[in-house]
Ligand binder design. Structure first.
Ligand SMILES: O=C(O)C(=O)C[C@]1(C(=O)O)C=C[C@@H](O)C=C1
Length: 346
């Protein structure tokens, strides 16, 4: 269970103002913590004694929060305290630890907890698990598994590049023109949404989750991702996503570059032989036969390229935990990551 705090001020003691501001506060709490309505067990509201025109609980119900317990109280009156203020404490059935709560203070209520507003000492910073490592170590399977168990979003950075590639292909943007690609990214409306059936990828209002898996889109995604202008913008987007909600993110430079303040950083690796064997099996399943020793060579060559490239080189962050998955299956790795997280949160 975690408890998420929030507060907002109201301009007038009217029903309309109280309901409107309460709704704004709750929406922000839901969004910043990527809350599903079913996760909310209860909400306690307080209002300062000058607010008498409506119960804030009414606003919660109008947002569809009908199954949780709601209760409104009067905030104790303290001389010279902030007037016209509504406070909320949202109780959430989640095992992510209290540090993962993103508390929300809006309008004049930001003054109540300046420590949270400025993000000092990690207070209120959403939980972030960064998983880096070489190709074929099982990062995305593990990242998905961890996100599912924690009930938070998996930021598939690869899917974001694929969505950009699809957008540019459809808009006829030159895939070699970094500047044009970066501009296209600004207009693309790429969004990741965390639904009950896993993560969905959107271009504006259009769900492109399946389409971006096309092979031509995948090939073009690696073309667009080499441009530094594009990478820079993408990293900013990824940082914004992680700044407002709890995430698991995987890649090559998440712990070193994208989320240097992540709650937990894991460097997931496996021997080149084990990674080659996995690739061998994957190819066999597609009816393709490749020599194992050549696959080992290819993987080692790719590691070298990833580590030596100028942009986003693969490197273990100093504060990352090294996890060698050579003798573990995906489920065991997920368990290890969850127990590492419990330890950093304790
Ligand atoms: O967080 C707030 O809303 C505050 O006003 C701060 C504070 C506190 O000092 O911790 C004070 C009164 C509230 O009842 C809850 C918390």
């Amino acid at each position: 269970m975690i408890a998420i705090r929030g507060a907002i001020t109201v301009d007038a003691n009217t029903r309309e103002a109280i309901l409107q501001e309460t709704e704004a506060l709750l929406k922000e709490i839901l969004e910043r913590n990527s809350l599903e309505r079913e996760e909310i067990v209860g909400i306690n509201f307080t209002a300062t004694r000058d607010l008498t025109a409506a119960y804030p609980a009414v606003a919660a119900r109008s947002l569809g929060l009908v199954d949780c317990s709601l209760m409104c109280f009067q905030e104790m009156h303290v001389e010279n305290s902030l007037p016209m203020c509504i406070r909320a404490m949202v109780l959430v059935e989640r095992q992510t630890g209290q540090k993962s709560a993103a508390h929300v203070y809006m309008k004049e209520a930001r003054r109540l907890r300046p420590d949270l507003a400025s993000g000092e000492a990690g207070a209120g910073r959403p939980l972030a698990v960064a998983i880096d490592g070489p190709a074929g170590a099982g990062k995305s399977t593990v990242a998905k598994g961890v996100a599912k168990r924690l009930g938070i979003i998996y930021v598939d950075t690869g899917a974001m590049y694929r969505a950009l590639a699809l957008h540019c292909m459809e808009q006829g943007v030159d895939l070699e023109d970094g500047e044009a690609l970066a501009k296209a990214l600004d207009r693309s409306g790429i969004r990741l949404e965390h639904g009950s059936d896993g993560q969905r990828v959107f271009l504006g209002e259009r769900d492109v989750t399946e389409e971006i898996r096309r092979e031509d889109v995948g090939n073009n995604a690696s073309r667009v991702s080499v441009h530094p202008d594009v990478r820079e913008k993408m990293v900013e987007m990824q940082q914004r996503i992680a700044g407002s909600q709890a995430v698991v993110m995987d890649g090559r430079d998440i712990g070193t570059h994208v989320l240097p303040d992540a709650t937990l950083k894991v460097y997931l690796t496996a021997s080149s032989l084990v990674r080659a064997q996995r690739r061998h099996l994957e190819l066999q399943a597609k009816g393709m036969e490749r020599r194992l020793d050549l696959l080992v060579e290819e993987i080692e060559e790719r590691d070298r390229r990833d580590m030596e490239r100028e942009h986003a080189p693969l490197r273990q962050a100093e504060d990352a935990v090294l996890l060698d998955a050579s003798d573990l299956d995906a489920e065991q790795v997920v368990e290890r990551v969850l127990s590492l997280l419990e330890r950093v949160e304790a």
